[in-house]
Design a binder for this molecule. Structure first.
Ligand code: NDP
Length: 349
């Protein structure tokens, strides 16, 4: 199958790319710069040589029409598009131009490019997020159960409240725009849509792309823990409280895009392994990496505990688990593999 993967340099996308190439699919992936393109091409020499991996440059997804050229050039016989590119960081000064625009315009411009230039595309998978499901007003409410059907009520008017809310708005508005696009008859979309909505994603980094200094946002806390930043106090876990391994998120994209049929058409896939807390992360790291004892918080160090059951939301992703048939990787394995990959990155730096 011929697939287009946007944002191929990203933490999650690197795993999607790897799984697609391992299964001998043909992939066109987009990145922002030639230096990232070169790293990806070098990591897959045989696929680069035989044309089953093409890396195209899309410098800024916030530009309307950003994907027109790449889809026009490579749209022939294209069957699947996996749209992962979207900013996930809190280092912005203006949430509108740096978060909302790339998330929203990126999503609409890929969908428009497909309708214009790639009539053979049957399915589009958009990487959305738990951010588009969560409701900040109910995170401490045990009577709330977040499911595949829940929607974050956040609006564009909320983006100056704080960086986390701005990010959640970017994901919510982008996902809504995608559903609106396919449901609007005037757009004449010939493809169906699936979204993947992961909560906090942990897991190994793909080694040719990552550096510890520029670690992806969701693995940042693990780098902090092994770098000694949790020694005197473990920071609060935040609001999300649920997590999934990056390899399962990638698997969900590949299954939804290339392996499953009508049963996932129009679905939001809420890919969740389970609860986590910073305190549990610290415990797992202490147990498995005694050589890092000097940097890790000692047994008596407090902070980052999971709120009691009657002080946190509930979730139910049983429909997604049934549809995907994935046995979710557990927290201990995920963290061990993450730290091993980070050590490898550090060692090669
Ligand atoms: P990364 O930051 O590693 O990946 C983000 C990707 O988007 C990168 O390829 C990045 O390019 C690209 N990108 C960001 N802004 C722009 C822009 N303006 N123009 C072009 N490309 C851009 O994060 P993740 O892999 O974690 O995120 C991938 C997707 O998964 C995102 O849609 C994110 O919202 C979603 N997600 C992530 C979760 C997590 O916990 N990690 C949880 C839920 C959803 P570059 O490499 O050049 O910066």
């Amino acid at each position: 199958t011929k697939a287009l993967l946007t944002g191929g340099s990203g933490f999650i996308a690197a795993h999607i790319l790897d799984q697609l190439l391992t299964k001998s699919h043909t992939v066109i992936t987009t990145v922002r710069s030639t230096s990232k393109a070169d790293k990806i091409l070098q990591a897959y020499p045989s696929q680069s040589a035989n044309g089953s991996l093409i890396v195209a440059i899309v410098p800024d997804i916030a530009q309307p029409g950003a994907f027109d050229n790449v889809v026009q050039e490579h749209g022939k016989d294209l069957e699947v598009v996996l749209h992962t590119a979207s900013p996930f960081h809190f280092k912005f000064s203006d949430p509108k131009t740096e978060l909302i625009d790339p998330a929203l315009i990126g999503t609409t411009s890929i969908l428009q490019a497909i309708t214009k230039h790639a009539p053979t595309v049957k399915r589009v998978v958009v990487t959305s997020s738990f951010a588009a499901i969560i409701n900040e007003a109910h995170v401490s409410d045990p009577t709330t159960t977040f499911t595949e059907k829940s929607w974050n009520p956040v609006t564009i008017n909320d983006i100056h409240r704080n960086p986390a809310t701005a990010y959640r708005a970017s994901k919510t508005l982008a996902e809504k725009a995608a559903w609106d696009f396919v449901s609007h008859p005037a757009n004449n979309a010939k493809f169906d849509l699936v979204t993947v909505n992961p909560p906090m994603v942990f897991g190994p980094v793909v080694h040719h792309l990552a550096t510890l200094e520029a670690i992806n946002t969701s693995n940042e806390r693990i780098v902090d823990a092994i770098k000694g930043k949790w020694k005197s106090e473990i920071p609060s876990t935040g609001q999300a409280l649920i997590w999934v391994d990056v390899r399962d998120v990638a698997r969900a994209h590949v299954k939804a895009g290339l392996e499953l049929g009508g049963e996932v058409s129009g679905k939001r896939l809420f890919t969740v392994s389970g609860w986590f807390s910073n305190s549990e992360i610290a415990e797992v790291l202490r147990k498995n990496f005694p050589e890092n004892k000097g940097e890790l918080p000692g047994e008596g160090v407090k902070g980052g505990e999971l709120p009691e059951e009657d002080k946190r939301f509930g979730y139910d992703n049983s429909e997604t688990t049934r549809l995907l048939g994935i046995e979710w990787i557990g927290l201990e394995k995920s963290l061990i593999d993450t730290v091993r990959s980070l050590k490898k990155v550090e060692g090669s730096a």
